[in-house]
Ligand binder design. Structure first.
Ligand code: ZN
Length: 102
């Protein structure tokens, strides 16, 4: 288990509370959605920390609670959490730079 993954999971727990499900083999972890859960503890918001994406299966389309993981930090995290995430974020998942070589 890599340190980066542990730090990322801790960040997610800070923002979304303890997970409801965790499928380590798939890199998938489910939390209560901060927008639509309303204390029902359904764990509808799923994060995939291998692909660095998230989606709420209940309100993802309506409330736009889906997309690249960086967006989750913009939506629900604070500046410090977002900064830590940016440091952890693998290069290939960072927003594309406009500069192309050749
Ligand atoms: Zn939701």
């Amino acid at each position: 288990m890599s340190d980066d993954k542990e730090i990322l999971l801790e960040l997610l727990r800070e923002i979304l509370d303890d997970e409801k499900q965790h499928y380590e083999s798939k890199g998938q972890i489910a939390f209560d959605c901060p927008i639509c859960d309303e204390d029902r503890h359904k764990g509808n918001l799923e994060v995939n920390y291998i692909h660095h994406v998230y989606k709420c299966w209940s309100c993802g389309d309506v409330n736009n609670t889906k997309g690249p993981l960086g967006k989750l930090f913009d939506q629900f995290g604070n500046k410090k959490q977002k900064k830590v995430y940016t440091l952890l974020q693998p290069e290939e998942f960072k927003p594309r730079k406009k500069k192309f070589k050749n």
